[in-house]
Design a protein. Structure first.
Length: 368
């Protein structure tokens, strides 16, 4: 039985370069996953590291993120059970695009902002060819790996600054990170085997969604565990500003305005969790819509709004809750992580009356 529990852990999740990614906290989070869980939801999946953990545990995994570039990772590594990118697929991706005139967005918007013209041109050509791959899962792998290649290429791994080309010509920075001057194509080919090797089938019907979680939750049934890792309001960077380029590349918008020095798309998507005016109401809706899910784990940060105490009060209307915490070290490990602050995990279990109500309903069902 012990072997069965760990048989998928020889598949390794490709390490993300993503603010708030929970890959450094996975062992800690796993300690609080209850037994007898069959179906688990990662509601704000981001880099997909927790969803991948659920899949490794043999659980039916439902993963969701409202940004499509994150959803593509879910399609590639959680929902996908066997499809990988081959040399034939690479030939398709690298071939001169027949519809290249329709794919000039990276070149026209981001040349001399994040990329030299030749690199932007390569990205446009690559993007034009992704739909030619034979399945949505192969396409998702292509999106996931090329997006990760771009974060590897750019200083600090995000697109919320205008120093990319300046840093890429700084000899001291190049010494520390050779990827600054490497072609994106080379980085892609280095990362490709790690993503292919992470594809496996855990014999479950796993699903990846690209929705606002408040729209998705009412449609889900028979979920045993929900893991919530919402944006940490007032204590973290704006994801859509930091990773706007990856979403623009994936969606390839023709109807957006690209604003300020970083050319962020406008208007941005509404999450409901990143502004003080919205977040309390959004948490109330989140918990209201999750009442049929017995167990919740909620990642948080003690520098966020509402405070840990305030959020505990909101949760306690729906669940019995205990609060676990661990200190960040060297400012690494999560959204808003600053040395001296803490990663918080709310461990939420059904109230006793919830169990009694469920048992009564089961008895009624048996009678009929």
């Amino acid at each position: 039985m012990l072997f069965e529990e760990y048989k998928y852990f020889n598949y390794n999740f490709p390490e993300p370069q993503y603010l708030g990614a929970k890959h450094t906290h996975l062992a800690w989070i796993k300690e609080f996953i209850p037994e007898n869980v069959n179906v688990a939801l990662d509601a704000f999946a981001g880099s997909q590291s927790v969803a991948f953990l659920f899949k490794q545990m043999g659980l039916q995994t439902i993963t969701n993120d409202f940004l499509n570039f994150n959803n593509q990772i879910g399609l590639a590594l959680v929902e996908n059970g066997n499809e990988k990118l081959t040399q034939e697929d690479l030939s398709i991706l690298y071939q001169p695009a027949k519809n290249k005139n329709d794919f000039q967005l990276m070149k026209s918007v981001f040349t001399n902002v994040f990329f030299e013209e030749s690199e932007a041109d390569f990205l446009d050509n690559f993007r034009a060819n992704i739909p030619l791959l034979s399945s949505p899962y192969k396409q998702a792998l292509a999106y996931s790996i090329i997006n990760r290649s771009m974060t590897r290429k750019i200083t600090m791994g995000h697109f919320g600054h205008t120093q990319a080309l300046k840093y890429a010509s700084d000899p001291e920075r190049i010494k520390r990170n050779r990827s600054l001057i490497r072609p994106i194509k080379d980085i892609f080919e280095e990362l490709l085997p790690k993503y292919n090797e992470a594809v496996f089938d855990n014999k479950q019907d796993n699903q990846s969604y690209n929705q606002n979680i408040l729209d998705l939750l009412p449609t889900l049934e028979n979920v045993d565990l929900a893991y919530f890792d919402p944006p940490y309001c007032d204590s973290h960077a704006d994801y859509q500003s930091f990773y706007h380029l990856l979403e623009t590349f994936t969606e390839y918008w023709k109807d957006k305005e690209f604003v300020n020095g970083i050319k962020r798309y406008e208007p941005q998507r509404f999450s409901g969790f990143d502004k003080k005016r919205d977040v309390i109401e959004s948490f109330e809706k989140l918990f209201e819509y999750s009442q049929e899910i017995p167990h919740w784990l909620i990642s948080y940060n003690d520098r966020s709004y509402p405070s840990v105490e305030e959020l505990s009060k909101i949760i306690s209307k729906y669940r019995d809750v205990t609060v676990e915490a661990k200190a960040y070290q060297n400012g690494r490990g999560g959204k808003g992580s600053v040395a001296g602050s803490h990663e918080v995990l709310f461990v939420c279990k059904p109230k006793k009356k919830h169990f009694i109500k469920q048992q009564q309903e089961e008895v009624v069902d048996e009678r009929f």
